[in-house]
Unconditional design. Structure first.
Length: 144
């Protein structure tokens, strides 16, 4: 699946990222919303609280784009380290001066949202890691 976009007179096609979210359009309210796509609730964690992950990124960052693609693939994998129920929030550091100050030289940065609402920055993932290892590291971060 691909997304077509235009910038000026230039039109390009990019692969659609984050298939674990599907866009829903409600014609009565004229608003769009994102809803998580869950393939099978039996394969996911039995925790009652949702698992949340934040990716600090910025437009044009090739490392950020690469990590987004790996996360998308990791969320779609099944198995003992399934992370398909993890809610991912992408934060553009350019939209918040504090985020830009903290992460301008560090992006991409992943942070786990704890049950008490605080953030825990995860160790940096190497761009060379395979999707299965990314999935395993994310699962391990939530099992602590």
């Amino acid at each position: 699946m691909a997304i077509r976009f235009a910038i000026g007179n230039y039109t390009a096609t990019r692969p659609k990222l984050f298939h674990h979210f599907q866009s829903a359009f409600n014609p009565t309210t004229q608003k769009s919303r994102l809803t998580p796509f869950l393939a099978s609730s039996a394969s996911f964690s039995s925790n009652s609280t949702p698992r949340k992950l934040v990716l600090y990124s910025k437009p044009g960052c090739c490392l950020c784009d690469g990590l987004k693609e790996k996360l998308d693939a990791a969320f779609s994998l099944s198995g003992p380290n399934c992370v398909g129920d993890v809610q991912l929030e992408i934060r553009d550091i350019m939209s918040n001066p504090e985020w830009e100050r903290l992460y301008q030289y560090e992006i991409p940065v992943l942070a786990r949202i704890r049950e008490d609402g605080t953030e825990e920055t995860l160790p940096r993932l190497s761009p060379r890691l395979g999707v299965e290892l990314v999935q395993k590291k994310i699962a391990a971060a939530f099992s602590q």
